[in-house]
Design a protein around this ligand. Structure first.
Ligand code: AMP
Length: 217
């Protein structure tokens, strides 16, 4: 299975993708996580992406398309779940072209729909583990010990782009550029809308219900 999770920042893509990858034995490919790793490693790519990420701008298509083509190429044949990519129609077109060249395609697009006020609350309260990538929230998904990752004991951090000002800019780019990606895939009849306003476990149940029905067809 090759799946895309689309939706505004804060829709819960990262959290949900991890669970989907685990349940269906897929590789979780997050463009944001790959970029953050490149930055942490101090690579040229990471340096190029830094200024865009910190201000909530999109990293230029050329850089992202190349980076994700490489990640997809390395993914196991069982399939993958894409998180944060494609974010522009151009990225989607290039993704489809490279999959087609390989005789494959995207099987399902889950479109997580969430209200803007919920996005701002979720993102500004989000904390994540720099070591294992686990995601928490200061009110909704609290770790057992304040500020410490349950899974690996590392100190939790707030992403530099998770401030209100940057979130509003990321939302603006979502509506200007990424919302059109959903319409791009709608013409193939593979888009499933999911209400992403409730709590994470409720959203996940909706996602599993949909994907189970597709897997068992
Ligand atoms: P995310 O973790 O998905 O919210 O991504 C964090 C930041 O990385 C975004 O605000 C962008 O600056 C950059 N980024 C991630 N994925 C993409 C993409 N597909 N296209 C352009 N920029 C991206």
């Amino acid at each position: 299975m090759r799946i895309l999770l689309l939706g505004a920042p804060g829709a819960g893509k990262g959290t949900q993708c991890k669970a989907v990858a685990e349940r269906y034995g897929l590789e979780h490919l997050s463009s944001g996580d790959i970029l953050r790793q490149e930055r942490a490693d101090g690579t040229d790519l990471g340096k190029k992406a830094q200024q865009f990420m910190d201000s909530g701008e999109l990293v230029p298509d050329k850089i992202i398309i190349e980076m994700m083509a490489h990640a997809i190429n390395e993914a196991p044949k069982s399939g993958f779940v894409l998180d944060g990519f494609p974010r522009t129609v151009n990225q989607a077109v290039e993704l489809d072209k490279s999959l087609e060249a390989d005789g494959s395609r995207i099987d399902a697009v889950l479109n997580l729909q969430v209200d803007d006020d919920i996005v701002v609350k979720r993102i500004t309260g989000r904390r994540s583990c720099p070591a294992c990538g686990a995601i928490y929230h200061i009110e909704n998904i609290r770790p057992k010990v304040d500020g410490i990752c349950d899974k690996c004991g590392e100190k939790l951090v707030q992403r530099t782009d998770d401030t209100e000002e940057v979130v509003l800019n990321r939302l603006k780019h979502y509506y200007e550029q990424t919302a059109a990606v959903v319409d791009y895939y709608r013409k193939n009849n593979i888009v499933y809308d999911i209400d992403a306003n409730p709590a994470a476990d409720e959203i996940l149940a909706l996602i599993f219900e949909k994907l189970d029905s597709l897997v068992n067809v």
